[in-house]
Design a protein around this ligand. Structure first.
Ligand code: AP5
Length: 236
């Protein structure tokens, strides 16, 4: 009998531990480093990387209806309508495992819809990481960003250049400049961030696990701080 009780206790502990995977929102203005850090976290902690921007760009490349509907919003730096985005995210948030959301939620309505989706699964967000960088730094950063159209990895001509000029380190594809990385579109994306995405921070401010990190630090230093915040969720 004592053995059975012990076994049950072990099982309960295992279920509670297994449930506690990181469910992370990376939030911050365009160019703050969300994609860079999300890719790192996804590889290190085996989390699903859900980047709404990457999914939309992939849909545009494939010429899907969603991609066609999103194009004009993306090219001018506006938010794609919530109903298109939320359906897209719901399709990805199917399993029980950990995930890192990159670029979502981006409006108060999206944050509320996300709460609804996760409350059904009983696995709420347990980490919200804000990457903080000033607008002027971001304009410079995004103008010098280059992206791989195949694997979506990003580079920066000064701070994070590819090993071979103009080519992706991972698959050798020729790097491109994103059409929305032109200065006038960058400025509009920043305005949209301040008007529509910053209010999302208020949605999470009283919840546990919210942290602000200085996104102007070197990529490795940001990585270390992000890691310090996530490690307790993984190892207890
Ligand atoms: P999206 O693709 O999400 O763009 P974004 O949020 O504007 O973010 P970025 O991808 O530009 O930047 P990032 O923060 O990921 O930075 P990165 O790591 O690349 O969205 C594009 C569009 O899709 C939106 O405008 C909208 O139209 C639509 N959309 C997407 N999601 C939506 C949603 N939920 N609702 C509605 N519409 C949506 O880094 C940037 C550069 O800096 C790189 O070159 C990198 O190498 C470098 N870098 C990174 N970290 C550092 C560092 N610490 N120091 C120096 N350089 C660094």
């Amino acid at each position: 009998m004592r053995r059975l009780i012990l076994l049950c206790l072990c099982l309960i502990t295992w279920v509670v531990w297994a449930d506690d995977a990181p469910r992370v929102i990376l939030i911050g203005p365009p160019g703050a480093g969300k994609g860079t850090q999300a890719r790192y976290l996804s590889e290190k902690y085996h989390l699903a990387h859900i980047s709404t921007g990457d999914i939309l760009r992939e849909n545009r490349k494939q010429g899907t209806e969603l991609g066609k509907q999103a194009a004009s919003y993306m090219d001018t730096g506006k938010l794609v309508p919530d109903e298109l985005i939320v359906t897209m995210v719901a399709e990805k948030l199917t399993g029980d495992g950990g995930f890192v959301l990159d670029g979502f939620p981006r409006s108060e309505a999206q944050a509320q819809l996300l709460d609804g989706m996760l409350s059904k699964s009983g696995h709420p967000i347990n980490s919200v990481i804000l990457l903080d960088v000033s607008d002027n730094d971001l304009v410079e950063r995004l103008s010098l960003r280059r992206s791989c159209p195949t694997c979506q990895r990003t580079y920066h001509l000064k701070s994070n250049p590819p090993k071979k000029e103009g080519l992706c380190d991972v698959d050798g594809t020729a790097l491109i400049q994103r059409p929305d990385d032109k200065e006038e579109v960058i400025r509009n994306r920043l305005k949209v961030y301040h008007d529509q995405t910053e209010p999302v921070l208020r949605h999470y401010q009283d919840k546990p696990g919210v942290v602000k990190i200085d996104g102007r630090l070197d990529i490795q230093d940001v990585q270390k701080q992000v890691d310090d915040n996530l490690r307790p969720l993984v190892t207890h």
